[in-house]
Write a protein that binds this ligand. Structure first.
Ligand code: FMN
Length: 232
């Protein structure tokens, strides 16, 4: 099966049957998410896995009672950093340098550049930037689930502030961003399962551009070259 066949097979499952996803399939999906790229490699997000039915009942109440929350096997809650700090970034970079047997100060110049950018951009931008990153492992998990023939429903329809409170996320500096129940479709009760998958036609989705199509603005020189900040 090719990735495209798997992506055709998957859909935002509206009704799940309560069957359990085997641990090896769950591990595969989580590993695909873990391998996602992230801005500066910070992995400024994490995944909380919930299979406790009593907790899922509470989560459902914060997610417009969407039935997949309790009929799934496992609920993945994607959560992102609520902001950037020198300590947070340093701890990731220190770990990275340890894993690569490099001195901790190897990326100090680069770290300074991104920290200045983050500080200049403000706390709201920071939380938004981190939240955007969490959608990359989210998409990887969706694709990996499809490959494993596990159904998944992307869910943004929930009260994130209330869920954060329930899962005690603020005390650890995280905010929930998006949910992904994993399970198996209950075809009989699912209005979407037989519907055609509809996407924007390729011709409208993809636009090729040349310089002739671009605005006639002056060249915008970059003041900084990130390469020079990585010290050998
Ligand atoms: C970020 C995001 C949030 C979504 N939120 C919900 C949701 O709360 N409930 C739901 O039933 N579907 C939700 N969807 C599913 C979309 O409606 C669905 O993916 C889209 O219509 C395309 O259909 P398909 O996934 O079946 O191909 C969401 C999808 C994404 C990517």
């Amino acid at each position: 099966m090719s990735l495209l066949t798997d992506l055709q097979w998957r859909y935002a499952t509206k009704k799940m049957n309560g069957a359990t996803v085997p641990p090896e399939k769950l591990a595969y999906i989580l590993e695909a998410a873990r391998l996602a790229p992230s801005s500066s490699g910070l992995q400024q997000y994490k995944i909380i896995v919930i299979s406790d039915k009593a907790l899922l009942e509470k989560v459902k109440g914060l997610a417009y009672n969407q039935s997949q929350i309790t009929d799934c096997s496992h609920l993945l809650v994607f959560a992102a950093w609520d902001g950037y700090s020198d300590a947070r970034i340093s701890s990731v970079f220190d770990y990275m340098m340890d894993e690569r047997s490099l001195p901790h100060n190897t990326m100090d110049g680069y770290k300074k550049v991104i920290m200045e950018l983050y500080e200049r951009s403000g706390p709201e931008w920071q939380a938004h930037h981190a939240a955007k990153q969490s959608y990359i492992p989210f998409a990887m998990a969706i694709a990996a689930a499809a490959e494993q023939k596990v159904d998944a429903t992307p869910i943004e329809g929930f009260l994130s502030d209330k869920l954060d409170e329930l899962l005690k996320l603020p005390s650890s500096g995280y905010r929930s961003t998006v949910l992904l129940p994993l399970g198996y479709r209950e075809e009989a009760g699912d209005w979407l399962v037989k519907m055609k998958k509809v996407r924007t036609p390729m011709a409208a989705f993809v636009t090729e551009m040349t310089l002739a199509d671009a605005a006639d603005t002056a060249e915008l020189p970059m003041a900084q070259n990130l390469d020079v900040y990585i010290q050998d």
